[in-house]
Design a protein around this ligand. Structure first.
Ligand code: BMA
Length: 372
């Protein structure tokens, strides 16, 4: 009888220790061979250099006369300036969840799919962000009028089922990324970005740290449940964190994150930009090493690139001493041409961009095959 009591006690203690800390169970995510290859190559890339990236690069851009162009096969502003495509191109799937044909930036999802496949066939990579609608208010990603949105879509929330439907639409898109030979194309998925600011409904002041982490885990679990095995996942706060602890405050877990980065933009205050970039690079370099994660500057740029020597005079010196896998600049909006971050033919910074391109450490599509 005594022995039985001791065994029961030991068993209860074990169960208490196993479940009592309320930690979510660790996920082991399935990945295709090509996705594993991409991760391995990104891990080793810093020995060689870093990929240059541009958002929506092959979807639209700006002509030499300052007007916009869109949807021209093979065309890219970066390629027009330096003769090669970016090593990484990012795309945004905002409004895919509504079931329509075009994104929030009026790009057909079929076009995005095709461009992700084209970039894979070049040996480069694609990343995907998601400026999705606000599921509670019906507004956009920037609608921060309600602070209960994240809570409402988590398990037990009143919009949970609706949101699982949105994730299933995302899963279908990711699963449909396939070459004509049926190879699933790997992508880096970067949802819930810039969450250390409070301008998106999933931002710092709009949910608690545990809600944010639960949002991430629910996202990855549901995609995985729907058979998504061609994704790497990126954790991508803004430039708010001042130290490693702040950077990791809402980190959802090593088991679901492959790459850590940050988004940062230059305004007219160049010293402030340099200070922020270097502070954040030091933080992610240290965490990347400790957690065995690839690091990157997931978004950056200087709107309009008003400094003709920005590429080799500011960007390159700011980043070249850090083992990043990529640096990516935002889009050349054809519908609002002052909103551009890469040069186009005739742009004042085009010559300097060619110098940047010629630097041995900057890697463009022809420099890499990320699936070998
Ligand atoms: C933002 C701006 C918006 C755009 C969004 C998603 O930073 O460029 O105009 O809709 O990204 O691409």
């Amino acid at each position: 009888m005594k022995t039985l009591r001791i065994i029961t006690l030991a068993l209860s203690l074990f169960l208490l220790m196993a479940c009592g800390n309320n930690q979510p169970s660790t996920l082991t995510l399935k990945r295709t061979a090509e996705t594993e290859k991409l991760l391995a190559n990104l891990t080793n890339l810093p020995e060689q250099g870093f990929l240059f990236g541009h958002h929506d690069d092959t979807n639209y851009g700006i002509n030499a006369d300052g007007t916009g162009w869109e949807f021209e096969a093979g065309r890219s502003d970066v390629q027009s300036v330096c003769g090669d495509y970016p090593g990484i191109i990012s795309f945004d799937l905002g409004e895919l969840e509504l079931g329509g044909e075009v994104s929030l930036d009026k790009v057909p999802f079929d076009k995005i799919k095709q461009e992700i496949i084209n970039q894979y066939l070049r040996g480069g990579m694609s990343s995907i962000s998601w400026h999705l609608r606000n599921p509670k208010t019906g507004g956009d990603s920037w609608d921060v009028s309600d602070t209960t949105v994240v809570r409402s879509i988590l398990p037990d929330g009143e919009l949970h089922e609706t949101f699982i439907g949105w994730l299933n639409i995302m899963a279908d898109f990711l699963n449909s990324l396939q070459t004509p030979e049926g190879v699933k194309v790997p992508v880096l998925f970067r949802p819930w970005h810039e969450h250390t600011g409070s301008w998106f409904w999933w931002g710092q002041k709009l949910c608690s740290a545990s809600e944010y982490k639960a949002l991430w885990r629910m996202t990855v679990e549901q995609l995985s449940l729907k058979g998504v095995d061609n994704c790497l996942y990126a954790y991508s706060p803004g430039t708010e964190p001042q130290n490693e602890a702040q950077y990791l405050e809402r980190y959802p877990g090593d088991d679901i994150i492959d790459l850590i980065g940050f988004d940062t933009y230059q305004s007219n205050n160049r010293p402030m930009y340099l200070y922020g970039v270097q502070r954040m690079l030091a933080i992610i370099k240290k965490i990347g090493k400790e957690h065995n994660k690839v690091i990157a500057i997931t978004e950056t740029g200087f709107e309009g690139v008003p400094d003709a020597e920005w590429w080799t005079g500011t960007l390159l010196p700011a980043i070249q001493d850090y083992p990043i896998s990529y640096v990516l600049v935002w889009r050349n909006a054809r519908e609002r041409t002052s909103h551009h971050y890469a040069p186009y033919p005739g742009h004042p910074s085009a010559n300097d961009f060619v110098n940047f391109y010629n630097e041995p450490r900057t890697l463009f599509a022809k420099d890499v095959d990320l699936y070998k």
